[in-house]
Ligand binder design. Structure first.
Ligand code: NOJ
Length: 576
């Protein structure tokens, strides 16, 4: 094992908090920092080492904090800097560390830099952002923003367009400008010096734009009807991305023993390997999206629903497992504040199988190689919501898409709502369900977004009290990773690649082998034992049905069942 194998963040478990929806301490219906501090024991019990906090900086909340107007101030709705310090102290008392969200592909249009920048072409801050002249009286390129509409907005004062890959209130920073980069490095030092241990970097692989020699940007390839075209593919991992990140490493990251994870839309294994390589890269790991795109129609965007074909998921995750082994490092996630709830997405969120399928999904993911991420409420098996009309939804992406789809593209509201029920970001953002009481114990006031009505039986209080709950299964999985180094560092080998319903794999190192078998269907599945390692001498490690029942059916898995076995010795061979 070399020193990078021992990096602390490889054997750590990360828990993501979406502060707005976690716990409201003052009854205004919005989660806040004192609320987080009051719930740290919940995280400690789960076995969390690192807390990743979605943005808590000052923001006009066009995109719930991902539009920052002051990187060194706390959003008033969330509390004060003193509250922040108290939260940090609470984490440190419990042996946990904090990872902040670094949103520096763009700022808010209300940030002082942008207010200055847009005022005139010769303002010293003008070059902090990305400007282009109109082309034939319209937007300079056909790029579509991630939140619908053009990625360019006209700035009346200067007669130029500015770029925003997200909402018009999120103008993209110009990373070509060394002053911008110096500002970013400065603010990172500011938070590191306060005691923060790392950063999750928002859409970091979009920071280097594909400039042409003449200072213009090219149109994106035409893949859909109309003028606007998706542009992430051509902006991601741009020409100077790796250079900028190495500079950040040199200027900032090398000074701290930190954890960094770069959110990386459209990233390939090779790109991730380059940026996470311990010697030549800059980040510890990335969030890749390939496995999140497999239940959408290829090339049509996330709202174009498609049933998952399990062998696609197996092939994808396995390619990442093997592709980064010994080179970079994976992050293991099913959920975050942008994704629907995994038990509703790939499991069965009905009464009978919700808990079993939630446990199966966690078992399948967290026994792979990588750093596990748990998103608030995932450890309870929280589910999606399906509200009857768009007025219930708050998310800017969802609302904009609904407007364009129903008003400009003439799609039926019912059809669009079906996509929102399956994929909308508010599925993840309904408040955390702490108790069976009103509003799930999240607030004593009126929550900013409705609490899922199933909080009467899905809540933290009930889950902690029930020994075989989803919560305790998550806790055991995280604990097993601490106990068995093979689960952190061991090699990964996919088994039964073509099986349509069973995801099985092997983890192995010199001392041990672990075999994982997961049934992604509600039906019994027969296992082709000749294609699996011999498990007769194996011991059960973890499962979602009682161990006593396993020997009775070594060649079958019950609906949504998951089993992991431990084999002593380097008993198994695999293809290196
Ligand atoms: C990715 C974040 O996760 C998402 O919530 C946000 O809307 C965009 N980046 C823009 O910052």
């Amino acid at each position: 094992m070399n020193s990078s194998d021992q990096a602390w963040w490889k054997s750590s478990a990360v828990y993501q908090i979406y502060p707005r929806s976690f716990c409201d301490s003052n009854g205004d219906g919005i989660g806040d920092i004192p609320g987080i501090t009051s719930k740290l024991d919940h995280l400690k019990t789960l076995g969390v080492d690192v807390v990743w906090l979605s943005p808590v900086y000052e923001s006009p909340n066009d995109d719930n904090g991902y539009d920052i107007s002051d990187y060194r101030a706390i959003m008033a709705e969330f509390g004060s800097m003193a509250d922040f310090d108290a939260m940090l102290a609470g984490m440190s008392e419990r042996g946990m560390v904090l990872m902040m969200d670094l949103v520096v592909n763009h700022t808010s249009d209300e940030h002082a830099w942008f207010r200055q920048a847009r005022s005139s072409r010769d303002n010293p801050y003008h070059d902090y952002y990305i400007w282009q002249e109109p082309v034939e009286g319209r937007e300079p390129t056909n790029w579509e923003s991630a939140f619908s509409g053009s990625a360019w907005s006209l700035n009346e004062a200067t007669g130029e367009y500015y770029l925003h890959m997200f909402s018009p209130k999120q103008p993209d920073l110009n990373w070509e400008n060394p002053k911008v980069r110096a500002e970013v490095y400065d603010l990172m030092h500011f938070w590191f010096k306060k005691g923060v241990r790392g950063f999750r970097m928002d859409v970091i692989n979009l920071i280097s734009k594909p400039w042409r020699a003449d200072g213009s940007l090219a149109d994106a390839p035409v893949v859909q009807r109309g003028f606007l075209q998706p542009a992430f593919e051509m902006v991601k991992h741009g020409p100077r991305f790796v250079e900028f990140m190495r500079e950040m490493r040199h200027e900032v990251l090398d000074h701290y023993n930190s954890l960094t994870v770069g959110e990386s839309p459209c990233a390939t294994v090779e790109e991730a390997a380059e940026i996470t390589h311990p010697d030549t890269g800059a980040l510890n790991m990335v969030f890749q999206f390939e496995h999140m795109d497999l239940d959408s129609q290829a090339g049509k965007g996330k709202w174009a629903l498609k049933a998952l074909h399990l062998p696609d998921l197996k092939a994808s995750l396995s390619r990442w497992q093997n592709g980064l082994h010994g080179r970079g490092w994976n992050s293991l996630y099913w959920n975050n504040h942008d994704q629907p709830r995994i038990v509703s997405r790939l499991g069965d969120d009905g009464h009978q199988y919700r808990e079993r399928s939630a446990k199966m999904l966690a078992t399948c993911l967290y026994l792979m190689q990588g750093t596990p991420y748990v998103y608030q409420g995932e450890e309870l098996g929280m589910t999606n919501v399906a509200w009857p009309d768009i007025t219930h939804y708050q998310d800017i992406e969802t609302r904009n898409m609904y407007r364009v789809a129903t008003q400009e593209k003439g799609q039926s509201p019912d059809k669009v709502l079906r996509s929102i029920h399956a994929k909308g970001r508010d599925n993840a953002r309904t408040p955390m369900q702490w108790t069976a009481q009103a509003h799930g114990g999240f607030t004593t006031g009126t929550p900013w977004l409705s609490v899922n009505k199933n909080h009467d039986h899905i809540n933290a209080e009930a889950a902690l009290a029930q020994p075989d709950s989803v919560f305790h299964h998550y806790r055991q999985l995280l604990a097993l990773r601490k106990q068995w180094p093979v689960l952190v560092h061991g090699r990964y080998t996919l088994l039964l690649p073509a099986h349509p319903h069973v995801f099985a794999y092997l983890r192995s190192d010199e001392q041990h082998s672990v075999v994982v078998q997961c049934n992604f269907s509600g039906q019994f599945q027969r296992l082709p034992l000749t294609e699996l390692p011999d498990l007769r001498a194996a011991t059960p490690l973890i499962g979602n049905l009682p161990f006593e029942e396993w020997p009775m059916a070594p060649d079958t898995l019950a609906g949504w069942e998951a089993r992991a076995y431990l084999l002593p010795g380097a008993a198994l061979t695999h293809n290196d």
